[in-house]
Design a protein around this ligand. Structure first.
Ligand SMILES: Cc1ncc(COP(=O)(O)O)c(C=O)c1O
Length: 383
């Protein structure tokens, strides 16, 4: 369904939050409340049928055979990398432009993150720059499906397979996204999802999941998330406590039933932004024809980003910069020896991009309002 709205429909003033989880809750309140009540009644808070069912539903949705719920997307990455044997002395290749956890989980496992610059229009790892990052120490490659659009997995997988290196998908922002009909979750050795509340499938707290078609790998992650014990109190390997709780699982199961409709809402909103912003001087995110973009974020671009950000804020429009500092320039990675200028595409993205509200419950009027404020500020396209 397309929204029939033009800039003329924009009100003079209104408030548009970056994300409105209360609006989402209002549409599913009876289902969510019943799911929560049923967990409370069952008193099965750790493990149990809700977890087993969610693992099977999310893995089926992602076209993977196995799902292992854990406490967060960060832990999903941490445990998947550990299960792949990543540790001291190893290198793991990832993008210079992502949320911190894409790289911190490599370092927290004792390995060295090796960064690669991004494509300027999708913000995803640039496969053309990947080959030179491999060394004899490369133990894994972690592409990130940023903002809800898959990285070029066939190219990344081919370069990695040539060297016998597994690819772990950081799909934290991209559940349900696809590349040439293949879903995030079925393209790498495993994929990691986050259920942080702002994700397309978000819980009522933290949560995450690893999905994989590799039974032995999934089993090892399952062991790692529960202290490496099987049975209880018999510890084969050093694991952690990183369980997803039943309350999260029950709510996520409700929300999973609505996920396709929410993706469609975000796609419809993105299409309307594209239409209404076409005449102005702003860089729009490229949706690659190979991709099914699920628009966890809608990120626009202008060299006047900081001033535009302020203008939107003053107009009551929520917005956020994802991310103001690329990973290679984070203080905690200083000892890796990277410097400004090493990854110019990532550095420019950090200076020039800002995310707009894109959540499914946005109205056409709200999108027209946001678009009109961008027109006011940037003016018509030159030439
Ligand atoms: C690309 C990426 N990787 C990893 C994570 C970590 O997920 P979580 O916040 O659930 O730990 C996030 C979430 O913000 C993310 O966006």
């Amino acid at each position: 369904m397309s929204l029939k709205v033009s800039l003329a429909d924009a009100p003079k003033t209104m408030t548009v939050p970056l994300l409105d989880l209360k609006a989402q809750y209002a549409t599913i309140k009876p289902e969510v409340d019943a799911a929560i009540q049923s967990v409370l009644d069952s008193a099965r808070f750790i493990g149990g049928p809700e977890i087993v069912a969610l693992e099977s539903e999310v893995s089926a949705y992602s076209k993977a055979a196995h799902g292992v719920g854990c406490a967060s997307g960060t832990d999903a990455l941490l445990l998947a990398l550990r299960a792949l044997g990543v540790g001291e002395g190893d290198e793991v290749i990832t993008t210079a432009y992502s949320f911190f956890a894409s790289a911190s989980t490599i370092a927290l496992n004792g390995a060295t993150p090796v960064f690669v610059d991004i494509e300027p229009e999708t913000y995803n790892l640039d496969p053309a720059k990947l080959a030179r990052a491999f060394t004899a120490k490369t133990r894994a490659v972690v592409p990130v499906h940023l903002f809800g659009q898959c990285a070029d997995m066939p190219a990344i997988a081919a370069a990695s397979a040539e060297r016998g290196v597994p690819v772990l998908e950081d799909a934290a922002q991209a559940i349900g996204s696809e590349w040439l009909g293949k879903r995030a979750g079925e393209m790498g050795i495993a994929a990691c999802f986050s259920f942080f509340p702002s994700k397309n499938l978000g819980g009522i707290g933290d949560g995450g999941m690893v999905v994989s078609n590799d039974a032995a790998l999934a089993d090892k992650i399952r062991l790692l998330r529960e202290h490496g014990a099987r049975p209880k109190y018999h510890h084969h390997i050093l694991g952690v406590n990183s369980r997803l709780d039943a309350l999260q699982a029950a709510v996520l199961r409700v929300k999973l039933r609505h996920l396709e409709a929410w993706h469609a809402g975000r796609q419809r909103n993105a299409a309307l932004y594209r239409e209404l912003l076409a005449g102005t001087n702003v860089g729009l995110p490229l949706a690659r024809p190979e991709a099914r973009h699920i628009y966890n974020q809608f990120v626009i671009r202008t060299p006047r980003r900081d001033a535009l950000k302020q203008h939107l804020g003053e107009a009551g429009i929520g917005n956020e910069v994802y991310y103001p500092r690329p990973l290679h320039l984070q203080e905690c990675f200083a000892e890796l020896g990277y410097k400004e200028g090493d990854f110019p595409v990532s550095e420019a993205a950090a200076r020039e991009t800002v995310a707009l509200p894109i959540y499914p419950e946005l109205t056409g009027e709200q999108i027209a309002y946001v678009s009109s404020k961008i027109h006011d500020f940037l003016g018509p396209r030159a030439g």
